[in-house]
Design a protein around this ligand. Structure first.
Ligand SMILES: Cc1ncc(COP(=O)(O)O)c(C=O)c1O
Length: 381
């Protein structure tokens, strides 16, 4: 067995939580210490849909008729009407020819990269893309080149450098970055990709449901020029599982060749039904995303006023850049002691000296909670 080569101070401990009474509350059930009722400022359940009655009911009802698990892969007996229904609804919502479901976003991202790159490809990826996309690149054996975060000049330079090799080029970005809370300049990226005739993969994990027209993601208006997008149901949809959206030709290629699609137990019917109900709820509550973004702006403004560390993030993901790891852990503990759960994010997840407290703002947080939070922040020495 491989030896763990992680310094002791960076070893993580798994904590177990159960739900608290209020929709935004959690309980740390390991907690023999501190406060065991805590306000969730770090999950990605942005709309609280994981606890929504209608979503849970839809999931339960489908479990009764279709089974909790699907029992096998889509090509054996695992395909259920709920899979087709969810795929068709997403195709209509996102105006894409083909949507394919996966059991997780991690898996969808690996499949997406494998569908668009091979051993002779060059993959040019933003420095901050998610680990799952990097695992996908590794699995293809392509050459990985990174460009500086959201730096269009660097992206163009890297394309120019490798364009001469005649190898196919794939660009990978996220639309809303999970650790920075920053938005990709997608329109300009699309223009560059068109100029050099290269493929573009966009991970919409954190944007979907919130950003873009009616929460359809930041790719929506540019969709014809984006080769593939991925999205997950584990965040604003409050369920689990994920999807790839693309044209029908690439979709068929994935169905026939993607191991991550073919050789895995199909997405649980219960989760698919929950995701479909969430999609219906998101569709009929078009202001949720807009309201969450404006509440997040308020949170950022108040946090900046009350703490001296820089705060990054343009949307519902905000990062308090504490820099040193020790300082970050102290701040996490201070918040936890005062009833707020916001996790310290440290290297290697983020660059050295860029440790941070990553906050995610939920739609059910009220102004009273913000006020309480900022006074706790203010008291941090
Ligand atoms: C940007 C991004 N992409 C993909 C994933 C993976 O999604 P899932 O949790 O559905 O596996 C995550 C989740 O952490 C993510 O943040």
């Amino acid at each position: 067995m491989n030896k763990i080569k992680i310094p002791k101070n960076r070893l993580r401990k798994l904590q177990t939580f159960t739900l608290g009474q209020k929709p935004y509350e959690l309980q740390n059930i390991n907690s023999d210490k501190i406060n065991n009722k805590i306000i969730d400022l770090c999950s990605n359940d942005y709309f609280g849909l994981s606890r929504d009655n209608d979503v849970i009911k839809a999931s339960y009802k489908t479990s009764l008729s279709e089974g909790l698990g699907s029992g096998s892969s889509r090509f054996i007996t695992g395909s259920r009407p709920i899979h087709k229904l969810l795929e068709t609804h997403l195709e209509g919502w996102l105006k894409k020819e083909k949507v394919l479901l996966f059991p997780s976003g991690f898996q969808a991202n690996i499949a997406a990269v494998q569908g668009l790159a091979n051993r002779s490809s060059i993959v040019i990826a933003d420095k901050f893309i998610h680990n799952s996309l990097l695992v996908g690149v590794k699995a293809t054996g392509s050459k990985l080149v990174r460009f500086a975060h959201n730096d269009l000049k660097d992206l163009e330079n890297k394309i120019l450098k490798f364009k001469v090799t005649q190898n196919s080029i794939l660009i990978i970005v996220e639309s809303l970055y999970s650790m920075e809370g920053s938005i990709a300049p997608l329109k300009a990226i699309v223009e560059i990709c068109k100029k050099y005739n290269v493929e573009l993969l966009v991970d919409e994990a954190h944007a979907l449901g919130i950003l873009g027209p009616d929460g359809k993601g930041l790719s929506f208006d540019l969709s014809d020029d984006i080769t593939m997008i991925t999205g997950t149901f584990g965040k604003s949809f409050g369920s689990g599982g994920a999807f790839i959206a693309c044209n029908s030709q690439i979709g068929e290629y994935l169905i026939q060749t993607s191991g991550a699609f073919r050789y895995t137990t199909a997405l649980s019917p219960a989760l698919a039904a929950g995701a479909l109900k969430s999609l219906q709820i998101i569709k009929s509550n078009k202001t949720w995303g807009i309201n969450l973004l404006s509440a997040s702006k308020k949170w950022k403004k108040e946090i900046v006023r009350n703490i001296s560390f820089p705060v990054r993030g343009d949307c519902q993901i905000l990062s308090i850049i504490t820099g040193q790891e020790e300082q970050t852990i102290l701040l996490q503990k201070h918040l936890e002691k005062n009833g707020f759960l916001a996790i310290a994010i440290r290297p290697p997840t983020v660059p050295e000296n860029e440790s941070r407290i990553r906050l995610t703002i939920r739609r059910d947080l009220n102004l009273g909670i913000l006020k309480e939070f900022t006074s706790v922040l203010k008291a941090f020495k």
